[in-house]
Design a protein around this ligand. Structure first.
Ligand code: ADP
Ligand code: MG
Length: 255
């Protein structure tokens, strides 16, 4: 077994990267019984605070992704189990220091890829929640990945800067990781407004495909609090069903 590695990336914050990573991870592991590792590569550590006990990690000074990125810990030593088939490699704010210290490291773009090699056979999927930047952490995620999913919010501002993210992806593809494939966009928090529809239509004109559209609904936040996917929380939720579709499409990748 060798895991498929998928990054969820967008330099903009608040667009649904963490939510999408968690929804797919929950569905793959709980609904489809795949073995999943979530990697928190965002110094804001919102996935870690939602999925594990941040107080315990800080108080007990447990090792985290910052130790892995600085070469002080094996990835296998920092992984925490969340529930059956679902593990997390947690992060804390300290990861922002690691990002600064990596600037001059040799082969700094390939640290995560190397770290993953020792655990990759234990999982079906490794899902990487990227920081809202195009810095060395995001480049590490893209360099280690088979696929990148781009969550994008259905509002006009979401389109600004998209070309820069695409440049980063293309640079990684041409210089570091020729195997990286762009799976496509997940348009998040859609609504029935003209504005949302117009943005959705414009994203669909892009060179990369749109995989799924996820409506804005309180179910998504409620499910996160309940530590479940939206689908498992409420099997009738439109957003939950769309995230389930996305998960099924991810399971077809590479078939
Ligand atoms: P990012 O990781 O890109 O910063 P998040 O996944 O943290 O974005 O999402 C930002 C906020 O939007 C969170 O509060 C999250 O609960 C909320 N959110 C994401 N998707 C939805 C949705 N489909 N419906 C309602 N709220 C959502
Ligand atoms: Mg996030």
């Amino acid at each position: 077994m060798s895991a498929k590695i998928i990054s969820f990336a967008n330099q903009k914050g608040g667009v649904g990267k963490t939510t999408t990573t968690i929804e797919v991870g929950e569905n793959l592991s709980q609904t489809f019984h795949k073995k999943v590792l979530l990697i928190d590569l965002d110094p804001q550590a919102s996935m870690t605070s939602v999925k594990s006990n941040m107080h315990q990690i800080v108080d007990q000074k447990l090792p985290t992704m910052s130790d892995v990125m600085l070469g002080n810990q094996d990835l296998s030593n920092i992984i925490l189990n969340i529930k059956s088939n679902l593990d997390i490699a947690p992060a804390t704010l300290v990861l922002s220091d690691a990002e600064l210290n990596l600037v001059n490291a040799t082969l700094r773009e390939l640290i995560l890829k190397k770290a993953l090699s020792s655990v990759i056979d234990n999982y079906d999927y490794v899902l990487i929640d990227c920081p809202p930047s195009r810095g060395v952490l995001t480049v590490n995620a893209l360099s280690a990945s088979d696929y990148v999913v781009i969550p994008v919010q259905s509002e006009y501002q979401a389109l600004l800067g998209m070309q820069l993210l695409k440049n980063t992806i293309k640079n990684v593809q041409s210089q570091i990781n020729a195997d990286l494939k762009v799976f496509g966009y997940v348009i998040t928090m859609t609504s029935h407004t003209n504005h949302s529809n117009e943005v959705t239509e414009s994203i669909k004109q892009d060179e990369y495909p749109t995989i799924e559209e996820i409506p804005r609904t309180i179910d998504v936040a409620d499910a996160a609090v309940a530590n479940m996917s939206t689908y498992e929380y409420n099997k009738n939720s439109k957003a939950g069903l769309e995230y389930l579709h996305l998960t099924k499409k991810i399971m077809k990748l590479g078939e």
